[in-house]
Design a protein around this ligand. Structure first.
Ligand SMILES: [Zn+2]
Length: 493
């Protein structure tokens, strides 16, 4: 039996977004727990599709004793403030230094965190933890599929392991893999590491593992991860980050260098050989509206329009209105849209009450250029307190706290609004206010890819729409200044 300290500190930073992640953002619960320290952390993550939850269960069943430090995350956004990073990192290290006789530390990280004052915040955190524990205590971390992995992160960890799916339906499983990896490493640690960045940025919507080419590439990666390789990972990266390590990377840990090197090269070739297939595939609002108006949509099999550029899971604010306005103006029937982040509209709907008709200005409150609210008289169809449990494969078990919510209707369009922003990636976010997404004719979702886990099964067609929004679908349109020379901003076709 070994003694293992457990901590989590996750953020996916869109350095081009407008709102920063403050300490309060990490303290508040959303679909995932707010900042929780000490033994309460175990209960906070239990049963949720999160790496820490999988790690804790698996490490315990392997007979290890666990020391809880803290766990927190915040919604993807612009930089983590200096105050938030330093407060949380100091608290983590303080709790770590109070632990004695540790054999290992496990960190549940995202891998694409950028703080105001530190470009590679995950590398910095791993380095600080390494400095605190010394060279002989094992340090293992799990990473998101969107990690922008740096050599510094690889250098300070004894092993790293990342998700293999997007939508991330394997977060718990990745924690289980991390526990198994750590368990093996306690007996016989990795002696070889490998890390290489790939030379092009991959648009988020092309990173989906339910479709080609990544479906096959990830299967290939899974087959290559075998003894003496402890972990072999491909992270497509989070493209909206102006940092030198932005983009896809391959990394691994093994007991012998040569097989790792061979497998890593083979995986790199598998990605590079299909580069053209990663090209962005989106349509503009006019085409989307035409499709939505004219489509012959079977009952119970909605057409999904993914409003990817306003995805709050990647730095959007879930409040742009252009797509919805165009659908309203064209009289498109049977539209259900969500989830808008608009605390004021939610509050006014609650004040007016269920069944009331109320004049509202919906959306566009965060000031994205050119966006204006939808000013109309809405009917308040249903209200909710924003507290419910995730039921889809991605947010499974998540104990949502989205504040007051409402289902509003204007003509043929119904809109779900919440008081906290959260990616529309779970049908429970709609059912909570009485809207059944599978019964809509046209479903408009503030999401890029994660929605596919819970909504993809009943969709008759999925269309990725490039409506105005802060999360630009095409990385080539982002004003990068920190990328190394030679990095391609889009796949070569
Ligand atoms: Zn991710």
């Amino acid at each position: 039996m070994s003694r293992i300290a457990v901590a989590g500190f996750q953020h996916e930073t869109n350095t081009f977004a407008s709102l920063q992640a403050t300490l309060a953002d990490f303290q508040a619960a959303d679909a995932w727990p707010g900042l929780t320290a000490g033994p309460a952390m175990f209960a906070a993550v239990r049963g949720i599709n999160l790496p820490a939850a999988g790690f804790i269960d698996e490490a315990r069943s392997l007979g290890h004793e666990l020391a809880p430090l803290l766990w927190c995350s915040a919604q993807p956004s612009a930089h983590v403030t200096r105050d938030a990073f330093e407060t949380i990192a100091s608290r983590l290290l303080e709790l770590l230094s109070a632990e004695h006789s540790l054999d290992a530390v496990y960190l549940d990280l995202h891998g694409a965190m950028v703080a105001e004052h530190i470009e590679d915040a995950d590398g910095e955190l791993l380095e600080r933890v390494r400095r605190a524990i010394g060279p002989d205590v094992l340090l293992v971390a799990s990473l998101d599929f969107h990690a922008n992995v740096s050599p510094r992160m690889v250098a300070h960890a004894d092993a790293l392991v990342s998700f293999r799916s997007y939508p991330h339906v394997d977060m718990t499983d990745t924690g289980v893999r991390a526990a198994a990896l750590l368990h093996d490493s306690l007996q016989n640690p990795a002696r070889a590491k490998w890390h290489r960045s790939l030379p092009f940025l991959m648009p988020l919507t092309s990173q989906c593992t339910l479709i080609e080419p990544l479906h096959s590439v990830m299967e290939h990666a899974r087959r290559l991860e075998r003894d003496p390789i402890l972990s072999l990972c491909l992270t497509p990266g989070f493209p909206a980050a102006d940092v030198p390590e932005c983009g896809p990377a391959i990394f691994g840990f093994a007991r012998e260098p040569a097989p790792l090197e061979r497998a890593a090269h083979e995986l790199a070739e598998a990605v590079l050989g299909r580069e053209a297939e990663f090209a962005l595939s989106t349509i503009l609002i006019d085409s989307a509206v035409r499709i939505a108006r004219d489509a012959d949509v079977p009952r119970g099999r909605p057409l999904i329009l993914a409003d990817t550029q306003d995805n709050p899971g990647a730095g959007g604010n879930a409040d742009t209105t252009s797509l919805l306005k165009a659908l309203i103006a064209s009289g498109v029937e049977g539209v259900l849209a969500g989830v808008f982040w608009d605390a004021e509209c939610a509050a006014r709907a609650h004040a007016a009450g269920r069944g009331a008709s109320v004049e509202l200005q919906l959306g566009a409150h965060t000031g994205y250029p050119g966006e204006t609210p939808i000013t109309a008289r809405f009917t308040v169809e249903q209200l909710g307190d924003g507290r419910f449990t995730g039921t889809g494969p991605f947010y499974l078990g998540g104990r949502f706290e989205l504040g007051p919510m409402a289902l509003l209707r204007v003509g043929e369009v119904r809109v779900v609004v919440a008081s906290r922003k959260q990616q529309a990636a779970d049908a429970a976010m709609f059912r909570h206010v009485g809207a059944e997404p599978s019964q809509a004719r046209v479903l408009v979702l503030k999401s890029s890819v994660h929605f596919r886990a819970d909504f993809g099964g009943f969709a008759s067609r999925i269309v990725l729409v490039e409506a105005p929004g802060p999360n630009l679908a095409d990385p080539a349109r982002l004003p990068f200044t920190r990328l190394p020379a030679g990095k391609r901003l889009k796949p070569r076709t």
